[in-house]
Design a protein around this ligand. Structure first.
Ligand SMILES: NC(=O)c1ccc[n+]([C@@H]2O[C@H](COP(=O)([O-])OP(=O)(O)OC[C@H]3O[C@@H](n4cnc5c(N)ncnc54)[C@H](O)[C@@H]3O)[C@@H](O)[C@H]2O)c1
Length: 268
C-alpha cells in the first residue's frame, strides 16, 4: 500500500487531496500547524471510505526540525514515503511591495518558497535511498509570470517555486535517482486562502471585480483535488505539470460567463 504525505493539509486543497488519496486506498499522513485542526481533519478523513491508514503529525514548514520529524514518523509508520506534496502556503496582504512589513515579506517567502525547498531537499534524500518516489510542489499566481498589485511577493515565491521544481526535476534526472518531481497547478480555489492573508492574520477585502473573476474561474477545492490526485496517481513522468485551469479552460469559462450562475460570495 502506497503512502502520501501532504504539508498544510488540515484544510483547503491539502485536506481535499488527502480525501481523494484515501478513496484510492493510500496511507495518508496529514500535517499542519495546529494539532486541534489536525484532529478534526483526521475525523473528517475517516468518514471517507478507504483501506489505508490515516495519521497526523504537527509540522510547521518554517522549522527544518519539524519537517525532519514528519519524515521520520511517516517512515516509522509506513516505511516508504511514495508521494510527498509541499502544499502549505500563506497569502500576502493586498498591498504594494513598499507597503508590506519586513515580517510579512519574510513569512510569505519562508512558508511558500523555503518551506517547499526544505521539504523537497529533505525528502529527496530519503526517496533516493528508496530508489523511488514522487515530489510535487504547488504553483500559484505568478508562476506563469502574471503580475498584479497586491500579489507581488506571493507571485515572486510561486514564480520561484516553478523554477525550483523544474531545477530539482532536472537534477533528479541527471543523477538518475529514480525520483520524479512535478508541479501542481490548481488555478483559483474558493478556500480561506483567498480571503485571509498571512495564515488568517489579516482579512483580504475582495473587490467586486475580483469576486466576478473568481466566480468565473474559481472552483471549490474538492473539484480541483479530484483532478490533481488522479493526475498524480497516473503520472509516471519526471517534470510533469498537472494543470487544472488551462488557458483553454479559462478562455471557455470567459466565453460562457453570461450563463455562469455561480456566486461563491453570496454569504459574505
Ligand atoms: N486558493 C487558491 O486560489 C490557490 C490558487 C493557487 C495556488 N494555491 C496554493 O495551494 C496551496 C493550498 O492553498 P489553500 O487554498 O488550500 O489554502 P488554505 O489556507 O486553505 O490552506 C493552507 C494550509 O497551510 C497551512 N500552513 C500555513 N502556514 C504553514 C506553516 N508554516 N507550516 C505548515 N502549514 C502551514 C495552513 O494552516 C492551512 O491549513 C498553497 O500552496 C497555495 O499557495 C491556492
Amino acid at each position: 500500500m502506497k503512502t502520501v504525505v501532504i504539508t498544510g493539509s488540515a484544510r483547503g486543497l491539502g485536506l481535499e487531496m488527502a480525501k481523494v488519496f484515501r478513496k484510492n486506498n493510500l496511507n495518508v499522513v496529514i500535517s499542519d500547524l495546529s494539532e486541534e485542526n489536525l484532529k478534526k481533519a483526521k475525523e473528517e478523513l475517516l468518514t471517507v471510505e478507504g483501506k489505508g491508514e490515516v495519521f497526523y503529525q504537527v509540522c510547521n514548514v518554517l522549522k527544518v526540525t519539524d519537517i525532519k520529524r514528519l519524515i521520520k514518523v511517516s517512515q516509522k509508520m509506513f516505511q516508504n514515503i511514495d508521494i510527498w506534496i509541499n502544499n502549505a502556503g500563506v497569502n500576502q496582504p493586498e498591498r504594494a511591495i513598499w507597503e508590506l512589513l519586513e515580517d510579512e515579506i519574510n513569512l510569505v517567502l519562508d512558508v511558500d518558497l523555503k518551506g517547499a525547498i526544505f521539504g523537497s531537499k529533505l525528502v529527496m534524500k530519503e526517496m533516493i535511498k528508496q530508489k523511488s518516489g514522487a515530489i510535487y510542489n504547488v504553483e500559484g499566481y505568478g508562476s506563469n509570470d502574471a503580475k498584479m498589485l497586491g500579489l507581488s511577493i506571493y507571485g515572486t515565491s510561486k514564480r520561484a517555486i516553478t523554477y525550483f521544481t523544474e531545477a530539482l526535476a532536472n537534477e533528479s534526472a541527471e543523477r538518475n535517482t529514480g525520483v520524479i518531481v512535478g508541479k501542481l497547478s490548481p488555478g483559483i480555489m474558493i478556500t480561506d486562502f483567498i480571503k485571509n492573508a498571512l495564515g488568517n492574520k489579516e482579512k483580504i477585502n475582495l473587490s467586486e471585480k475580483t469576486k466576478k473573476v473568481y466566480n468565473i474561474l474559481g472552483d471549490y477545492p474538492d473539484v480541483v483535488a479530484n483532478f490533481l490526485v488522479n493526475g498524480i496517481l497516473t503520472n509516471q513522468k519526471n517534470n510533469a505539470k498537472i494543470e487544472w485551469l488551462t488557458t483553454r479552460k479559462a478562455a471557455w469559462r470567459f466565453m460562457t460567463s453570461s450563463f455562469n450562475k455561480r456566486d461563491f460570495f453570496k454569504e459574505d
